[in-house]
Write a protein that binds this ligand. Structure first.
Ligand code: NDP
Length: 313
């Protein structure tokens, strides 16, 4: 059976950065790209906040470049999903969805997290044309315009206050009459004059125009859950902030995770509770969720993986 010194699961900025560092450390990493090669950034158009690209870069192009950079130093990239891992014994036995198995002396988990959406047909239609799940990534496009944020947690509160600095007005739409966010965040929201709270409200539909491939959102129809009354708001951006789901199904019961499923890593480290298994990027980060922070932890995981192997000798 094939044995690799370093197996990387997932191919977003965390996975590829881990691969660049592991390959340059001569670990000859094998990376399984997963269901969405390139990760969440391949669903973004312009990435304007990754340092080093003064004119911005296309999300898919950036991921292609990261992949080429990883391969330049000898990373082996493969299509396929890791579907099982035995964490009890090192090297770890790993199963792939095509039925193959391999042994890994160290594993870097970079499987990311998936943003949750409301599930409306109209929401799907305007994804990339006004509907976004990341204010830091896309807020800039709505300078001086009106936008809506849906959700009542810390992410929604944070996104609303972030957007309020850029846009004309933010409607913060929540399904209940009380935010779930921390007191400090609630205070910030309430003190921001251009955020209008829309309580007890669900989104019925997102509306806009379509001309060929060009979609442009111009409003949303809301329903008050208590009165049943409908209201239309004029907006050009619609930000969904109802939580993320970390992609950690296959590690349940094997690695320590929090109640939502985010992998728990040691402070100032990417080490999980199993020696030799590291976690990088959004799969262990519910706070920042940025490409640059994912890349940073990917680098950490590769360095820790190399050091771990050195200590085993
Ligand atoms: P949360 O799960 O905390 O909040 C999700 C919000 O979305 C809730 O208000 C929920 O409503 C609402 N919601 C869920 N599903 C739907 C739906 N289908 N339709 C409408 N509304 C819906 O997720 P967050 O991403 O906000 O936060 C995740 C974790 O990360 C939390 O622990 C949070 O504290 C932490 N975090 C911390 C930050 C910080 O400290 N700076 C920043 C961001 C996140 P309801 O309240 O009714 O359930």
């Amino acid at each position: 059976m094939e044995t690799t010194k370093c197996l990387i699961i997932g191919s977003g900025p965390a996975g590829y950065t881990a691969a660049i560092y592991a390959a340059r450390a001569d670990l000859k990493p094998v990376i399984y790209e997963g269901m969405q090669p390139g990760g969440q950034l391949t669903t973004t158009t312009e990435v304007d906040n990754f340092p080093g690209y003064p004119d911005g870069i296309d999300g898919p192009k950036m991921m292609e470049d990261l992949k080429r950079q990883a391969e330049r130093f000898g990373t082996i990239t493969r299509w396929g999903m890791v579907v099982g891992i035995d964490t009890n014994k090192r090297p770890f036995k790993v199963s792939i969805d095509d039925g193959t198995e391999l042994m890994a002396e160290t594993v870097i988990i970079a499987t990311g997290a998936t943003a949750k959406y409301l599930g409306l047909e109209s929401e799907e239609k305007f994804k990339g044309g006004g509907v976004s799940a990341c204010a830091t990534c896309d807020g800039f496009f709505y300078k001086g315009k009106n936008v809506a944020v849906v959700g009542g947690g810390d992410t929604a509160a944070e996104e609303a206050t972030y957007l309020a600095n850029i846009v004309n007005k933010v409607y913060l739409i929540h399904r209940r009459d009380e935010l779930r966010a921390s007191k400090a965040m609630v205070n910030r929201v309430m003190k921001t004059p251009n955020i209008e709270m829309v309580w007890d409200t669900e989104v019925k539909e997102i509306v806009g125009t379509e001309s060929g491939f060009i979609k442009s959102l111009n409003g949303a129809i809301l329903v008050n859950r208590k009165t049943g009354k409908e209201r239309k708001i004029d907006i050009e951006g619609f930000f969904v902030a109802i939580g993320h789901k970390p992609n950690t199904e296959i590690f349940k019961g094997k690695l320590d995770m929090d109640e939502v499923g985010y992998l728990i890593t040691k402070p100032d480290s990417t080490a999980t509770n199993v020696p030799g298994i590291f976690a990088a990027g959004d799969v262990q980060d519910k706070h920042y969720r940025q490409a640059i922070t994912a890349a940073g932890t990917g680098c950490m995981a590769a360095i820790e993986s190399e050091r771990f192997l050195g200590e085993q000798k």
